[in-house]
Ligand binder design. Structure first.
Ligand code: UTP
Length: 290
């Protein structure tokens, strides 16, 4: 079955980015001239997704506003002859069919994804973590969808992380299949000891899931941090029917981390067709003083 639906969980508290995220959702933090979540929605759309459910919570209404029309602003832009900006603003509301649901309590990523059950129905669906922006020629979500179509199993986007970092991520048991594709038969969230580390491959930011995940999530007890972990539910899938891991191409920026936000801003600004050249000149001058 074709993957045409995506879920973007964006209901976390963003405690690693405080005080910026006290009232501003981290998903709305700007990278150059667009909020992070717009890059993620664009990646989904460029991967063939037509319907997107964004999981929000209290205080995140600004995300809904961003994907809505804005009649007063549009009128003003037209009246002042700013046709190109007008078109940019209107196009945001036409990117996809975008739906919203609230996660009423912040009980973890697994709990957030479980809020998507009725939206998803009986179809495979992509999950794009709301604080992971991935930039690349070939959209990461599309790479995972192709692997789903090839192997018919749920897929996780994977990347190797350092030995020091693995305890902050998940660790996967993988075997090489073909190119950048691996079979994944087990996983552990935030391994506490070196013995728990299955490999340095970790799930980063994207997956394609099958609807059987919802029954598994219903039975998943709170795990690391007292939250319902999506990884714990995916482990059941990996151990029973198996999953596919795709070491996707593209650069991932962690918008849930202050350094990640700075890296995204600098690198995406350097690649910007309008600002890139003058920003590069500015950075070169600045670097002489460092
Ligand atoms: P994170 O664990 O990175 O988000 O979840 P967080 O809880 O906001 O992070 P801290 O507080 O800085 O440690 C990854 C993604 O899952 C969403 C987040 O919004 C983020 O996009 N999420 C997390 C939810 O939607 N609901 C939750 O209960 C937890």
């Amino acid at each position: 079955m074709k993957v045409r639906k995506a879920v973007i969980p964006a209901a976390g508290l963003g405690t690693r980015v405080l005080p910026a995220t006290k009232s501003m959702p981290k998903e709305m933090l700007t990278i150059v001239d667009k909020p992070a979540i717009q890059y993620i929605v664009e990646e989904a759309v460029n991967s063939g997704i037509t319907d997107i459910l964004i999981i929000t919570n209290r205080g995140k209404g600004i995300i809904e506003d961003h994907f809505d029309r804005s009649p007063e602003l549009e009128e003003r832009l037209l009246a002042s002859g700013k046709q190109d900006v007008y078109e940019q603003v209107v196009s945001i509301s036409k990117l996809a069919n975008i739906y919203f649901v609230r996660q009423k309590e912040t009980k973890g990523l697994g709990h957030a994804v479980n809020c998507a059950r009725s939206f998803v129905g009986n179809e495979p669906f992509a999950v794009l973590y709301g604080d992971d922006v991935i930039i690349g020629e070939d959209p990461a979500c599309g790479q995972l969808i192709r692997a789903y179509e090839k192997y018919g199993k749920a897929v996780v986007g994977i990347k190797a992380v350092s030995e020091e970092a693995i305890s902050k991520y998940s660790s996967l048991k993988v075997e090489h299949l073909d190119g950048n594709e691996y079979s994944c038969t087990d996983m552990v969230e935030k391994p506490k000891t070196p013995a728990e580390v299955l490999s340095l491959f970790s799930i980063l930011g994207r997956c394609v899931l099958t609807p059987d995940i919802f029954d598994i999530l219903d039975k998943t007890a709170p795990g690391a941090g007292g939250e319902i972990q999506l990884t714990d539910a995916m482990r059941t899938l990996a151990r029973t029917v198996g999953m596919t891991g795709v070491d996707f191409t593209g650069k991932r920026y962690d918008m849930g981390d202050k350094l990640g936000i700075l890296e995204a801003t600098v690198e995406i600004a350097l690649a910007n067709p309008v600002l890139g050249e003058s920003f590069r000149a500015y950075l070169k001058e600045l670097s002489k003083t460092l």
